[in-house]
Write a protein that binds this ligand. Structure first.
Ligand code: PYC
Length: 394
């Protein structure tokens, strides 16, 4: 699908650090703007980090106008991405339900629905009868321990095959001349007089006037190398998948109160996720504690699943910012750009981030759509509070 190992040149116009959805989308979008002398450096294999570990949920029903507009632009790009990349991405756009189990969550969801509707995003608050019709396997009963009293319904939400997204972008970027270097780890970033001059790697030096940090999980280690500080803490996020069963769940179901989200893949497996682990760590080991809690919460929602067997569990790393919005754009070091701090939202934003970062680099101007997400906002106190739109309480 792409050249296994392109020649590592001594210099590129742009070096992208991170071979996930964001890094590859950025490289691909750069080529569309005529910048093709680009390298993507990936310390492991393409899609081995957050891009290949997330639970593949796409949605744009965010809480802030800045966030909702941004993620909606991404969703719209995802809708036509399979055609653009000529790669089947298995996008099942069958809707997304965020359950309300309390008056307070009804309030927050109604508020989100209003923000969404003002921006033209298909999102509305629905009552228990409609929830039952959309997800008949769910226990929508007033006597349940956590009764479902409504939901935020977002019809354009859904799931997409995450590794296909990565492979599709990688193939397209490669076809336009991008060099993808797997097993190539950045060990230092060279800065002279406040300007990036290149990166040092386990395979040698690479000169570049522009370096873009598109990593997730290790983003602070890369920004530190350039001498740029970001207010990010890294937490593990665990997930699990069951054996396949006949299709019974079309929509994505999320319960913040029960700290769980569930979807069914095209192959019939149920994919579950939960909150980030309660401690900052770079560990990617799964825990029994997580599976026990997860199983209990899933069964509260869907008791008939009690005989299903888990196939596998895994975890990834999430770079959490104080306001749950990303950090994107230029930094005080000239030529060093960041596309980081995605928390649990990164995969949804791959296409729009690629477009915005490529435009930012090519024009040397920050595109309007990411202007609220600059690093400077933490100094200016202009946060973009997106915690209220988190799938579950992190
Ligand atoms: O924000 O929808 C979401 C999400 C699901 C899993 C992680 N984040």
């Amino acid at each position: 699908m792409w050249r296994p190992r392109a020649e590592l040149k001594g210099a590129y116009d742009v070096v992208v650090v991170g071979g996930g959805a964001h890094g590859l989308a950025t490289a691909y979008e750069l080529t569309k703007l005529g910048i093709t002398n680009v390298a993507v450096l990936e310390k492991s294999y393409i899609g081995s980090g957050a891009a290949g570990r997330n639970t593949t949920i796409l949605r744009s029903n965010y809480r802030t106008p800045e966030g909702a507009r941004f993620y909606d632009a991404s969703l719209k790009l995802y809708e036509q991405l399979a055609g653009e990349l000529d790669f089947n991405l298995l996008f099942s756009q069958n809707g997304h339900l965020t359950l309300a189990h309390s008056d307070r969550s009804v309030f927050v969801m109604r508020e989100r629905a209003e923000v969404n509707q003002l921006l033209g995003i298909d999102s509305r608050f629905i009552g228990p009868d409609e929830v039952r019709a959309l997800a008949p396997a769910m226990q929508v009963h007033p006597d349940a321990t956590y009764p479902i009293i409504g939901a935020l319904y977002h019809p354009p939400g859904g799931i997409i095959r995450h590794d296909a997204v990565v492979w599709g972008y990688a193939r397209a970027a490669d076809a336009y001349g991008v060099h993808m270097h797997q097993q190539t780890e950045v060990t230092a970033i060279d800065v002279t007089d406040g300007q990036v001059t290149g990166v040092q790697t386990n395979r040698g030096l690479i000169g570049a006037p522009i370096v873009v940090n598109c990593t997730a999980g290790w983003s602070t280690l890369i920004t530190d190398m350039a001498g740029v500080q970001t207010p990010i803490q890294t937490f593990p996020l665990q997930a699990a998948v069951t054996e396949p069963v006949r299709p019974f769940l079309d929509t994505v179901v999320v319960s913040g109160t029960l700290h769980v989200y569930v979807s069914q893949t095209d192959r019939g497996e149920l994919v579950f996720g939960a909150s980030v682990d309660p401690f900052a760590s770079y560990s990617m080991r799964g825990s029994l504690d997580f599976v026990e809690g997860l199983a209990g919460h899933v069964l509260e929602l869907m008791p008939p699943l009690h005989k299903m067997r888990l196939l596998r569990q895994w975890s990834g790393l999430c770079d959490m910012t104080p306001d749950y919005s990303p950090i994107m754009g230029p930094t005080p070091v000239k030529g060093f750009y960041v596309d980081v701090g995605w928390g649990t939202y990164g995969f949804k934003a791959g296409p729009v981030s690629g477009e915005a970062m490529a435009e930012c680099i090519a024009t040397q101007r920050t595109p309007e759509i990411i202007s609220a997400f600059g690093l400077q906002r933490f100094t200016d106190g202009e946060l973009v509070g997106e915690k209220g739109a988190a799938a579950v309480g992190h």
